[in-house]
Design a protein around this ligand. Structure first.
Ligand code: ADP
Ligand code: MN
Ligand code: MN
Ligand code: MN
Length: 369
């Protein structure tokens, strides 16, 4: 750990050097394994919008995103953020992946999601995602757990304060600042029930911006953790046994739900969600069956359920929302490793209505073709 910190201090000296007017743009994309990848391009000036940014490409055969004989994948910039690592005018660019034949790459679920979001723009849908994750050390042991053993059972760790009750606060604080610098709408952080498991929340964000910001926040987390020699796992059940899994609770509202009398619209939405329970679960993350057991603050996968203040239901209506009669609801089913474009996409498809040229269920199936 010390070695890495010293190296970072040395590197910092070079960050004061003159860039001679050039801007460094770190192009980021979603890969085949639900992680981000990135590479850097020198620009002659800072762009004023994503349309100013040049299209680029990468070798998709090295990332499992394309066959060797037709390996070029195109990177189309869709949003950019101030770079908290290089600082100055440097930026991080979020990209969609496109194939050579003009079709979206099979791991590009943003394209379809964006169609649904713009078709239902009038409904002014907001999302808030609660991203839970687990830290591991470089030898793949849960970060700071006793070698060859286990910490004391769960209880003192959730929102814990004090030695032995909270781990890796340095990584989490650094990530929080990195998100703020980048302009991510990060709304909070907390230590989770299992030691070395944490959560950050992003939102409320409207429409397609939700997926964009969550992917960027995940990129920043893995990039920050790299400096500490720590690994990030988004697996929904990183450890078997009596340890909590990791989810990505999805908070949702439409304009109607947020206004006086909105509860009626929340109830309508829940009735629609109940009808498509199984279809939603298919898009709610791999290995989610290991997490949604009906224990550890989850509902079983078998049937859809909802309730006020009920953390054992598929969907929870917060107590304050029930009291006021309007607001939002929380879908507790999505796993920590979801693609937020699939989840926010199917959510809008189900509650606001399907459109002819986007089908999130088919969109997901495309990935396994
Ligand atoms: P929990 O009590 O489930 O742990 P959190 O405080 O962790 O809830 O997260 C709640 C999330 O809901 C936040 O990301 C917040 O931005 C989001 N949120 C709040 N109001 C709304 C709303 N009207 N529509 C959508 N999301 C919302
Ligand atoms: Mn939370
Ligand atoms: Mn949580
Ligand atoms: Mn929650």
């Amino acid at each position: 750990m010390t070695g890495i910190t010293e190296q970072t201090a040395i590197l910092a000296k070079y960050f004061d050097l003159n860039q001679n007017g050039k801007v460094l743009a770190e192009y980021v994309w979603v890969d085949a394994d639900g992680h981000t990848r990135s590479k850097c391009k020198t620009l002659s000036k800072r762009p004023s919008s994503a349309e100013d940014l040049p299209e680029w490409n990468f070798d998709g055969s090295s990332t499992g995103q394309a066959p060797g004989h037709d390996s070029d994948i195109y990177l189309r910039p869709v949003a950019f953020y101030p770079d908290p690592f290089r600082k100055g005018d440097n930026i991080i660019v979020l990209c969609e992946c496109w194939n050579n034949d003009g079709t979206p790459n099979k791991f590009n679920h943003r394209h379809e999601c964006a169609k649904l979001m713009s078709a239902h723009a009038d409904e002014q849908v907001w999302f808030g995602l609660e991203q839970e994750y687990t830290l591991f050390d470089q030898y793949d042991n849960v970060y700071a757990w006793p070698k060859g053993g286990f910490p004391a059972p769960q209880g003192p760790y959730y929102c814990g304060v004090g030695t032995g009750k909270v781990y890796a606060r340095d990584v989490v604080e650094a990530h929080y600042r990195a998100c703020l610098h980048a302009g991510i709408n990060i709304s909070g952080i907390n230590a989770e029930v299992m030691p070395s498991q944490w959560e950050f929340q992003v939102g409320p964000c409207s429409g397609i911006e939700m997926g964009d910001q969550l992917w960027m926040a995940r990129f920043l987390l893995e990039r920050v953790a790299e400096e500490f020699g720590v690994k990030i796992s988004f697996h929904p059940k990183p450890l078997a046994g009596d340890w909590n899994g990791a989810g990505c609770h999805t908070n949702v509202s439409t304009k109607n739900m947020r206004e006086v009398g909105g509860m009626k619209y929340i109830e309508d939405a829940l009735a629609k969600l109940a009808k498509r329970h199984k279809e939603h679960l298919v898009l709610y993350g791999a290995d989610n069956d290991m997490r949604l057991t009906g224990r550890h603050e989850t509902a079983s996968m078998e049937a859809f359920s909802s309730g006020v203040a009920n953390r054992g239901a598929s969907v929870r209506i917060p107590r304050s929302v029930a009291k006021e009669g309007y607001g939002y609801f929380e879908d507790r089913r999505p796993a920590s490793n979801i693609d937020p474009y699939l989840v926010t996409g199917i959510m809008v498809e189900t509650i606001c209505g399907a459109i002819p040229d986007a089908d999130m269920y088919k969109e997901y199936a495309r990935e396994s073709e």
